[in-house]
Design a protein around this ligand. Structure first.
Ligand SMILES: Nc1ncnc2c1ncn2[C@@H]1O[C@H](COP(=O)(O)OP(=O)(O)O)[C@@H](O)[C@H]1O
Ligand SMILES: [Mg+2]
Length: 303
């Protein structure tokens, strides 16, 4: 398996100011990789290095097996920059048609379909587009040529919740077709439901890479069960992973650490009329990585 993105010791200093330090990371074909970190962490720096928009101070990176400076490689990448400058008098539709030609042709119907899904208004001159509509035009141009790798810098900023959902559906479709997505965000909730793995960057350093499904399985979740008649608390005592157990008449509540299997099997002896299982709170897990926010004094290269 060849990595789609392979960074080794990738480092960027802006003068003496650290943008990114010693990033080593592989992104696998067909995965959605969420790149998370607070503002100023180094997400945009990483993405610009990957796309060869800026040059590393040290280290190197390959994308799709080559350098992304090569036009042939660029054509296989879809890129949504973090700070999208769409300013012209040109209508969004004409701008997209222009990009489509530059990229060797995109069926107009595909552009229309994307615009419809995202509810984008393409009839407006670019400089008059709202922030949300600019973001939509940015997404359309990133997706429209069906690139093998999508690199999206904070793609959900400025999108309303319905459009965000549609966007996430588009990302899932990209993965389903075996293509790869790297997307950054400073909000876990925006990426956790769509990412296979999540990398956390803080103060220019990658501090963790986690498999989201494994984290979810390990995370604590609250569960409530309601039965058709009162149940004996003893039937649920000492179940592995079950904590904070409360049985009151026909209602049971607890937290589960890991798999709910033992609880489900114990409950199956009674008649369950209602079940509530809250999504595990991954935010809590990630807060431990976020908590020591980058201090400015450790951002300078040692003299
Ligand atoms: N062009 C630049 N010149 C100087 N410092 C920069 C520049 N771009 C980014 N930085 C600094 O690099 C660090 C990482 O920034 P950035 O990659 O934009 O973070 P993020 O995208 O995670 O918000 C920040 O401290 C930022 O101030
Ligand atoms: Mg950024």
């Amino acid at each position: 398996m060849t990595a789609v993105v392979r960074a080794e010791g990738l480092t960027k200093y802006y003068g003496r100011r650290r943008g990114l330090e010693d990033l080593t990371l592989e992104i696998r074909p067909g995965e959605v990789f969420g790149y998370l970190g607070p503002n100023g962490a180094g997400k945009t720096t990483t993405i610009r290095l990957l796309l060869d928009v800026i040059r590393p101070t040290r280290g190197h990176v390959t994308v799709l097996g080559a350098g992304s400076r090569e036009a042939a490689v660029r054509a296989r990448i879809g890129y949504l920059p973090g700070e999208l400058a769409l300013e012209g008098r040109e209508r969004a539709r004409d701008y997209l048609a222009f990009l489509a030609r530059v990229r060797g042709g995109v069926p107009p119907a595909r552009i229309r379909a994307l615009a419809e899904r995202l509810d984008a208004d393409l009839s407006v001159p670019m400089r008059k587009l709202s922030k949300g509509n600019k973001q939509k035009v940015g997404l359309i141009q990133a997706f429209m040529h069906e690139p093998e790798l999508l690199v999206l810098d904070e793609p959900t900023g400025g999108l309303d919740p319905l459009v965000q959902q549609e966007f996430l559906a588009m990302v899932r479709e990209v993965r389903a077709s075996g293509r790869t997505v790297l997307m950054s965000s400073h909000v876990l909730a925006e990426v956790e439901h769509v990412s296979d793995r999540v990398g956390i960057v803080r103060a220019g350093r990658l501090v963790a890479v986690e498999n989201v499904a494994a984290l979810r399985e390990k995370a604590v979740r609250r569960v409530e069960l309601h039965f058709d008649a009162p149940v004996p608390a003893e039937a649920f005592a000492g179940l592995p992973g079950v904590r904070e157990l409360r049985v009151e008449g026909a209602a049971l509540s607890c937290t589960i650490d890991g798999r709910p299997d033992a609880l489900v099997k114990a409950a199956a002896r009674f008649t369950v009329v209602h079940l509530v299982s809250e999504e595990p709170d991954l935010e809590e897990i990630f807060l431990t990585y976020y908590s020591e926010e980058g201090r400015d004094d450790d951002r300078q290269e040692p003299a």
